[in-house]
Design a protein around this ligand. Structure first.
Ligand code: R5P
Length: 307
């Protein structure tokens, strides 16, 4: 919780989010509202409907499908500031634009770097959940504002705790950071596959020989489910080795287009995600894990203002 002398804080949701009221309650934040609509030519209209002068403002925004949300976010952050907010922080349970962390082919935009620089100009601090860090070791390599990261691994491990005879599978080398943590916390063994990405929606997943684990139920662990192709390929590789009881637990479920239907068609038994992105598969609640990093961010701003 924030200290008693702290400045009052107001929470805004960019779009309706299941974490909104639980964060207001757990952190004693005032709920803040704004209206937003599109003009016929798709330009944005925004109006703040709360008093924000001399208050800390926090924006809760899941940044999946970011291109349609980012101007809304910048207009909201800048209007809060113009109306007298003493600070504007961002809680982005899913943080976008991290996967293009390198210029793989001459001429490509390194969007992770550009996006981080843009966001750092408009908000004072950031709290997020398991950002997709691959070649970057920390968000501080690209963000110039204080960033705090929550890890959802313990929620996945708790979800798995009551289950027996489970093999955890990470589809690719990048997933090992999450799978290893969940394995350590839950006590279930794990294996890691190899993924070759041939295109946005074309991947090949190869798994090691799993004979020693025959009879186990499999839970695939990944950070993000986007198009679902990584999971589909992983399920197929498992089915080739006679593993038919396959579920998946992921931190962020974007579920682009028909991703979920395609996964059901392949016979996935259960799909669970955290509520970083609102979806009916959300079975793991992040609100408690967000309390400390948010209050620390607000306290840090208060400390800086006293200097
Ligand atoms: C990539 O390295 C991530 O960890 C996920 O495996 C990937 O983003 C999933 O994407 P998709 O569902 O489109 O295969």
């Amino acid at each position: 919780m924030m200290s008693e002398t702290s400045t009052e804080a107001v929470l805004f949701a960019l779009e309706p989010h299941s974490l909104f009221y639980s964060l207001c309650k757990k952190l004693a934040l005032n709920p803040g509202f704004h209206s937003f609509r599109r003009f016929p030519d798709n330009e944005s209209y925004l109006r703040i409907e709360a008093s924000v002068k001399d208050k800390h403002c926090i924006i809760l925004a899941d940044l999946s499908h970011p291109d349609s949300k980012c101007l809304h976010l910048l207009f909201l952050a800048e209007t809060l500031r113009e109306l007298g907010a003493v600070s504007v922080g961002l809680v982005a349970p899913y943080l976008c634009y991290l996967r293009q962390d390198k210029r793989f082919v001459a001429g490509e935009a390194v969007t992770s770097r550009i996006f981080a620089s843009l966001l750092s100009q408009h908000v004072d601090w950031l709290v997020t959940v398991d950002p997709h860090l691959h070649r970057y070791h920390s968000l501080n390599e690209v963000y110039s504002i204080p960033c705090r990261v929550v890890h959802g691994g313990s929620l996945l491990a708790t979800w798995l705790a009551t289950q027996q005879n489970i093999l955890l599978v990470g589809p690719d080398a990048e997933s090992e950071q999450w799978v290893a943590q969940v394995s350590e916390l839950s006590g279930h063994p794990y294996v890691i596959g190899e993924k070759q990405r041939l295109g946005d929606r074309e991947v090949v997943v190869t798994l090691p020989d799993l004979d020693a684990h025959q009879g186990c139920s499999v839970v695939i662990i990944d950070d993000v489910i986007s198009s679902g192709h990584t999971l589909i390929q992983c399920i197929e590789a498992l089915q080739k080795q006679q593993f038919d009881d396959v579920s998946c637990a992921a931190i962020h479920g974007i579920f682009v287009g028909e991703a979920e239907e395609r996964l059901q068609e392949r016979g996935i038994r259960k799909l669970v995600t955290t509520n970083s992105i609102p979806h009916h598969t959300n079975e793991m609640d992040l609100s408690e894990s967000l309390v400390v990093p948010i209050s620390e961010s607000l306290d840090e701003i208060d400390e800086l203002r006293k200097k």
